[in-house]
Write a protein that binds this ligand. Structure first.
Ligand SMILES: Nc1nc2c(ncn2[C@@H]2O[C@H](COP(=O)(O)OP(=O)(O)OP(=O)(O)O)[C@@H](O)[C@H]2O)c(=O)[nH]1
Length: 529
């Protein structure tokens, strides 16, 4: 029948059908990974459907919530911005999570030490060579360092225990468990291209783990300090405390520094770096306090999209108003991660470098999600056919000299620029507030001051001065220009230079954004029938 023939031929050209077809020459490992991602996408979709149904019912009862989507490539700082929001507007919940973040800080510490131990192992396995003057070509691991390495080996077990607590592998074979299997392999057995970073799925209630361990009742008011059994000899904190002096000796060892230098491993610039405050984080009763920003600096990669509800209040001429906010952390979910602290491959940046396929797929999915949230409202409050919510887009500008782990030909800044172009040019997002955060300004400053030249990666930077002010203002103008040229209709360019781990400065920015969005929300509401 003609219709059948037509449909078949359309199907074979349908980009969605083509996109879903398995790639040619797919290996079994790739197939497993793809199926996992597809199942996860379906779970997300089902969860959104369920959420939409609930929201519809809820929204009939009260005012519309303000929705903000955090977007950006992996390690751009989305979760850190979310933590800042929680710290400001939901401090009680934030404090209750301190025990969980204590475990992440401990995990970050042992991970950094593990990286160093791996570097030493590699140096030990190399045959020593000598230069022209007869001295060794590369730093030599002496007996003292080898002994130190041996004494620190119990930390590997601590890391495994922490990872198992965070991502238990049960008989359920859930996504979280299966992803954990991908990442829970001991470092020594990991193939080079496998993710070395532990990641939790947003659906995994990892923060409850410590609560569950102590058997605290859900209804009991939860004090995070009570969640720790301070007398427990198997608590990772005990081992960390016992090995604190050895860890300090390792980090300050000249040979270790030389070996890290040779491999271009800048641990101090890597996420979750705590080796500069070992006294503090290895103290027997260590708990990340309100006074220090350890929770903001702690690194735990999250996969999937998570929703966080916060009640926010804003003052104005008409008195103070209070609204529910929903903040979505659109964590980038590529199964690979960046090797810690390295990534100085000199892949040049170009304003036209193709965006990685994985990133596009992910952002497409996120935009689809956010637009579905709007679709659900269109019949209720919205009269517009475009998304009215807000996006905070994070670009870690310090990544200008780094490449994507999953696509080593793509510069990380180029990836961000392309994602930015995709977002600002999307017609469905024409009415969306898009706020750009050029993040990791502190790391950018350190890099530029250490002599790394922006022009070596971004040709068009030409002969401009290699300082933070000039560089950030140049990048800001570039991002503004892309928005101007690509937005379906004119919109205001909102941009902030941020250091998300610096609570004070970030909270000023977020307070302004909160007031701005509340104001717009009220204006929109006034225009509604
Ligand atoms: N020095 C510095 N570190 C930052 C800044 N913003 C975030 N970080 C750190 O960078 C790491 C990654 O930040 P996250 O907030 O986890 O990044 P993300 O975008 O949520 O990453 P994914 O979970 O992989 O999607 C964390 O250890 C943060 O503490 C910043 O402005 N300066």
């Amino acid at each position: 029948m003609p219709t059948k023939v037509r449909r078949r031929s359309m199907d074979s050209e349908d980009p969605f059908t083509m996109a879903l077809e398995p790639p040619d020459g797919e290996t079994e490992e790739q197939r497993q990974c793809r199926l996992l991602l597809e199942k996860e996408a379906k779970d997300i979709s089902d969860a959104i459907d369920e959420q939409l149904t609930q929201e519809k019912a809820q929204e009939k009862k009260g005012p519309r919530p303000v929705k903000v989507l955090l977007l950006g490539q992996s390690e751009s700082g989305k979760s850190t911005i979310l933590k800042n929001f929680q710290l400001m507007y939901d401090p009680k919940a934030f404090r209750a999570e301190r025990a969980s973040w204590r475990a992440i800080v401990q995990l970050n510490v042992v991970r950094s030490i593990h990286v160093i131990l791996d570097v030493i192992t590699r140096a030990q396995s190399r045959r020593p060579t000598t230069g022209e003057n007869g001295s060794p070509d590369s730093p030599v691991v002496d007996d003292e360092l080898a002994t130190l390495k041996m004494r620190l080996s119990p930390l590997i077990r601590v890391e495994e225990v922490l990872m198992q607590r965070l991502i238990p592998i049960g008989p359920d074979k859930s996504d979280a468990a299966r992803l954990a299997q991908l990442t829970n392999i001991p470092y020594s057995e990991l193939p080079r291209n496998v993710n070395r970073e532990v990641a939790v799925h947003s659906a995994n209630p990892w923060k409850d783990v410590f609560k569950r361990l102590k058997g605290i009742d859900d209804n009991e008011s939860f004090d995070s300090e009570k969640a720790i059994d301070w007398e427990d000899p198997t608590d990772p904190g005990v081992v960390l405390h016992a090995l604190a002096e050895d860890m300090k000796a390792l980090w300050s060892n000249q040979t270790v520094q030389a070996l890290l230098d040779r491999q271009n491993l800048r641990l101090q610039e890597a996420a979750g770096f705590f080796l500069d405050c070992l006294d503090d984080v290895t103290s027997l009763k260590y708990m990340p306090s309100d006074g220090v920003d350890h929770i903001l600096r702690a690194r735990l990669k999250t996969l999937g999209v998570s929703e966080h509800r916060i009640k926010m209040t804003s003052g104005g001429l008409t008195g103070s108003i209070s609204r529910d906010w929903r903040i979505y952390d659109g964590a980038y979910e590529h199964p690979e991660a960046y090797p810690p602290g390295s990534l100085t491959t000199p892949v040049r940046f170009s304003w036209r470098t193709p965006v990685s396929g994985e990133s596009l797929l992910f952002f497409g999915r996120l935009i689809a999600c956010s637009c579905r949230f709007c679709t659900s409202e269109r019949h209720g409050h919205h009269t517009s056919t475009t998304c009215k919510h807000s996006i905070i887009f994070l670009c870690p500008i310090s990544a200008f000299d780094q490449v994507l782990a999953e696509e080593p030909r793509v510069n990380r800044l180029a990836d961000s620029v392309n994602l930015w172009t995709t977002i600002v040019s999307n017609k469905l997002l024409a009415s969306t507030n898009i706020i750009l955060f050029l993040n990791k300004i502190d790391v950018m400053r350190t890099k530029l001051e250490s002599g790394i030249k922006l022009v070596d990666y971004v040709n068009s930077y030409a002969k401009r001065s290699n300082d933070l002010e000039t560089a950030s203002s140049y990048l800001r103008k570039k991002f503004a220009g892309i928005q101007r040229e690509n937005s379906p209709s004119p919109r205001v360019f909102y941009c902030h230079l941020t250091t998300a781990t610096d609570r004070k400065s970030t909270q000023i920015v977020l307070a302004n954004i909160k007031d701005q969005l509340m104001h717009q929300y009220l204006n929109d509401a006034a225009l509604l029938p």
